[in-house]
Design a protein around this ligand. Structure first.
Ligand code: AMP
Length: 150
């Protein structure tokens, strides 16, 4: 059986990605793999200086990054127990592009993500991030569906 050495798990802090994370963590433990926990700040690029020109975007971005870092810290405190072979990454951009890019940069040999995220379009088979990652990734991708009864 293939032994994974670096697993990248993409979290958007939804129930679906929490669920995918649990599987990524079990796999990292089983394979003694390094876990890269990635969150992408999906920035509303169109809003910059266009609708609300009086807002300082530098300040806003700083606060968004700080907020995301706090969420990541409490996520790790809550979910990682005594697992220590991990790193976190918070980057701005388009989620699917950054998931692929960060997987490449970190030398991941497996990407784990939920089939759906915070957009919650349950009637579609895959959310748009999941679909694009599956279609474009050169690495194996494991998508995890959250059962309604979980
Ligand atoms: P979606 O396709 O957007 O419904 O989301 C499917 C999965 O992609 C989620 O369960 C996450 O695992 C991942 N994902 C979506 N958005 C992000 C994001 N901003 N940062 C990290 N992972 C994400």
């Amino acid at each position: 059986m293939k032994n994974f050495s670096t697993i990248l798990v993409a979290v958007d802090f939804s129930d679906s990605s929490d669920n995918a994370f649990q599987l990524a963590l079990s796999m990292a433990q089983k394979f003694t793999a390094h876990l890269v926990i990635l969150h992408v700040i999906n920035e509303p690029i169109d809003l910059r200086g266009f609708y609300v020109p009086h807002i300082s975007y530098e300040k806003l971005e700083e606060e968004i990054v700080e907020g995301a870092e706090k969420m990541m810290q409490s996520f790790c405190r809550l979910h990682l127990d005594d697992f220590s072979d991990f790193e976190t990454a918070i980057v701005p951009g388009m989620p699917y592009e950054q998931i692929l890019q960060q997987a490449d940069d970190s030398g991941a040999d497996l990407i784990v993500l939920g089939t759906h995220g915070r957009t919650g379009l349950d009637h579609v088979l895959f959310g748009s991030t999941a679909e694009k990652v599956v279609r474009k990734s050169k690495f194996p991708v494991l998508t995890v569906r959250l059962d309604e009864d979980d």
